[in-house]
Design a protein around this ligand. Structure first.
Ligand SMILES: Cc1cc2nc3c(=O)[nH]c(=O)nc-3n(C[C@H](O)[C@H](O)[C@H](O)COP(=O)(O)OP(=O)(O)OC[C@H]3O[C@@H](n4cnc5c(N)ncnc54)[C@H](O)[C@@H]3O)c2cc1C
Length: 481
């Protein structure tokens, strides 16, 4: 399903890499992170080449809601509790600096990307939490304000407001920056060996390598698969829902997100761990919420995306692993990837240029503290469950019982297999073992995809890869009438 961004803008196509080249920095991945990192490096006089598996902006960046904000939910008081005041202050400062950097680049370059400066709000039904959050935000140097009323049809006690935030059209923005960069599209990186990056059509030898691929696909070293999981959520673009002025997000269970883009009100929600698909009907539930809040509205577009969630809600930005000093990574943005991508680009540019950056320790991928352990164990538990459950899990459906337009796992004499029956009765049978680390895939009825509950890789019903960390698709065993 196309997002409002892909429906309204197309980025110019680039050729794929053919032959072997040499550069200062190879940036793998052409989403917001990769494009910004290459662009910041270019400003510093460093030659950076972007290698994109598909089309730039075609990953999560093309399916975001594109709020540019340092207000990452109701986070200030919990960050102070978990990380201490100094680290929490640096986290906010780094992200607000990123917001300002977007505004500066767009203003100075005259980029036409529908930038709107606005305030950001996190609302809650709990007045005590709101008061605590305002106090914490002020401690961190944010000029936060408590608003008793907000212009949304939601029940709440008020909201915490951060001034000076922004929203834009993400593809128009990276499309403009990309004009200044050396980019190869349809160039999937298959292997990285020290300073050599290998793609099907050629290779890049680089002094430094940046993994800006959303979820790092090199498992060892780094072990990012054991330190993050992915979470999906869904978005509706509503027409005739009135207009709102600002960025809004709720707090607690069933969080909703709101922003305006031109005549469309973008409503997001229904978050869940990728691969946990038992419930389904997520678009329906979001549509139901939209119908209650905005009965006159019409749906102009709907789409979904996913992001990598770290155990301490702080991204991993910096050296990939201790024994790969020239590899860098930026991942784990916890659904705040616009500001985090800019933080990444500014930090990685400094690191690569040998400039001291004040935020290095806050985002260091090497960090590991006691507070992460319970979550880490929970995530690892899910991975183990995913890796083993196909030996115990009982089948839910048989092919004959499978209704048209539905998919599911079925038992065959040879073992389990995944089947999807199209609306006109055609069957697509796939191997449901994830090629990334062998977890059993689950059927996502909302997106008609096979999703991995361990690390979030996704595949369409014909087996083609949609999202990593898996690098390959799954085998289509047969397609039958
Ligand atoms: C529903 C939803 C709404 C969101 N809304 C917001 C928001 O309002 N504000 C905000 O701050 N954040 C938001 N986020 C988060 C934000 O969208 C993401 O964090 C951000 O887009 C990630 O950008 P990226 O460049 O890291 O990843 P991507 O955009 O996914 O880019 C990674 C690129 O790497 C490429 N790639 C992968 N593997 C390879 C390989 N082997 N070789 C070459 N290329 C490769 C991919 O094709 C892809 O193009 C939202 C997330 C979700 C799920």
């Amino acid at each position: 399903m196309d997002s409002i961004w892909t429906k309204t803008f197309t980025i110019r196509k680039r050729a794929s890499l053919k032959g072997d080249i040499r550069t200062d920095v190879a940036v793998i991945g052409g989403g917001m992170t990769g494009i910004l990192t290459a662009w910041q490096l270019k400003q510093a006089g460093v030659r950076a080449v972007v290698l994109e598996a598909d089309r730039i902006g075609g990953g999560q960046t093309g399916n975001t809601t594109a709020k540019i904000t340092s207000q990452h939910g109701m986070f200030c008081h919990t960050f102070i509790e978990n990380k201490g005041e100094e680290t929490a202050r640096k986290y906010v400062q780094a992200n607000q600096a990123a917001v300002e950097e977007y505004k500066r680049i767009i203003r100075e370059r005259g980029i036409s990307c529908d930038l709107r400066e606005c305030d950001s709000y996190v609302y809650s039904a709990d007045g005590d939490t709101l008061a605590k959050e305002v106090e914490a935000a002020r401690k961190l140097g944010v000029d936060a304000v408590l608003e008793n009323q907000i212009s949304l049809p939601v029940a709440c006690a008020g909201a915490v407001c951060f001034h000076g935030q922004a929203e834009f059209h993400p593809l128009k923005f990276i499309g403009a920056l990309a004009e200044e960069l050396e980019i190869y599209e349809n160039t999937p990186v298959k292997e990285v060996e020290e300073h050599l990056v290998k793609t099907p059509g050629g290779s890049v030898r680089a002094d430094k390598i940046v993994f800006a691929v959303h979820f790092p696909f090199v498992n060892f070293p780094g072990m990012y698969f054991a330190r993050m999981h992915q979470e999906r959520s869904y978005v509706l673009a509503l027409e005739n829902a009135g207009t709102i002025d600002g960025l809004y997000i709720g707090e607690g269970e069933d969080v909703l997100s709101f922003r305006q883009y031109k005549q469309y009100l973008l409503l997001g929600g229904q978050a869940h761990r990728t691969g946990e698909n038992r419930e389904g009907g997520r678009y329906d539930k979001l549509k139901e919420a939209a119908g209650k809040m905005y009965p006159e509205s019409r749906i102009a577009a709907c789409w979904s995306a996913q992001d990598c969630m770290t155990t301490d809600c702080v991204p991993f930005i910096g050296p990939y692993a201790a024994d790969r000093p020239d590899w860098y990574v930026a991942t784990g943005f916890c659904k705040w990837g616009m500001s985090s991508a800019m933080v990444s680009a500014m930090m990685l540019k400094d690191m690569i240029c040998g400039i001291t950056n004040p935020y290095t320790e806050v985002f260091a991928p090497s960090r590991f503290s006691g507070e992460e352990i319970p979550q880490l164990l929970e995530d690892t538990g899910k991975s183990v469950k995913g890796l083993t459950k196909r030996f115990f899990h009982m089948p839910q459906e048989t092919v004959d019982e499978l209704p048209r337009g539905h998919g599911g796992v079925i038992d065959t004499p040879q073992g389990k297999t995944g089947v999807y029956k199209t609306e006109d009765g055609q069957l697509f049978q796939v191997d449901i073992v994830c090629p990334h680390m062998g977890c059993e895939l689950t059927w996502n009825p909302d997106e008609r995809s096979w999703d991995c509950p361990c690390h979030g890789s996704r595949f369409d019903y014909k087996g083609n890869r949609i999202d990593g960390p898996a690098e390959e698709g799954i085998a289509l065993e047969s397609s039958l009438e």
